[in-house]
Design a protein around this ligand. Sequence first.
Ligand code: ZN
Length: 401
Amino acid sequence: MSKAEWENNEEIKIFREYLRIPTVHPSIDYTACVDFLKRQAASIGLPVEVVYPVNEANPVVVMKWLGKQPELPSIILNSHTDVVPVFADKWTHKPFSADMDDEGRIYARGSQDMKCVGTQYLAAVRALKASGYQPKRTVYLSFVPDEEVGGVLGMREMVRQDYFKSLHVGFSFDEGITSADESYSIYYAERTLWHLHFKISGTAGHGSLLLPNTAGEKLHYVVNKMMEFRATQLKRLNEDSSIDIGDVTTVNLTQLRGGVQSNVVPPLLEVVFDIRFAVTVDIPAFEKQIRDWCEEAGGGIELYFEMKNPFVEPTKIDDSNPFWVAFKKTLDELGLKTRARVFPGATDSRFIRHIGIPALGFSPINNTPILLHDHDEFLRADTYLHGIEVYKKLIPAVANA
Ligand code: ZN
């Protein structure tokens, strides 16, 4: 297809219209986004509801495509409507103009993460419904806010509420990550995130002395242990080509503070780590290890968890999960090369999985530079249209499982 053909394609027009709505953090006004989605629902002929899990400023738009057997657990096609901030001066195109170049690259914040997936779901449902097709299970399309800052005002609250329970969801689709090579990743789990502060007390005094049990010595001990553990994970990652970052535990020192003056040994130092546990790690045992290190360091160390996410059971990727079987079989039949992985960061799927609903993260974007949260984020028009074709097969397959 040529640039002119892409520009006149109805689905590309809808995608670009969505991209031009600047639902960008912080302080997002979702009004135009909700209006856009309501118009989409009306044009497809789907009933739509807007719900507010936390407050009026953070709407969730839910569309319903009734199945032939609505008593069966439903399928939810989830996407988030918010996008991360931009450094506009680093972009070669305006980040909310959705410019297209001669090769069909559409530049916009959200073109990969993840407005593309939201309108691809709509496009696939539009085409299927227009052909007279009706799925066995009811299919919901949910468009949620706040994902990029933790989902606290969106999915995290929504899954706890009666409204969500009334949807009787049996399986969820959500976002994956762009792939730079020909393969596609399917995400069945996420690592467990901690933001852990060590508040280290010690003997204070004059900088000219060699006092016992100083905060600095204890900090040195604890940081060493954490870094030794980090090195074991880096070694695993470097030596085993069959694993990737989602399969190891990452440990990063992210903040350090304390001290009052250069010649005063301080009574308190604080060090903060971002830790993301691989799904195979015995997390309670690891916590005990950390507490043991604190004692070995001399004690007087308080652990404060700024974030201590619960362990979430991975979605099963075997014959016991009929949704997985249908999902994988469809992508195989389409001739797509896939790989099941653990998501390196966090998505709204963790809230869905936490309440016992299987969820898979998948974005039908391959052979594309990974520009999520980066400058000049783009998606090629042909990649976008191909993704619609993928969902036209995938959604019915899973909705009939
Ligand atoms: Zn995303």
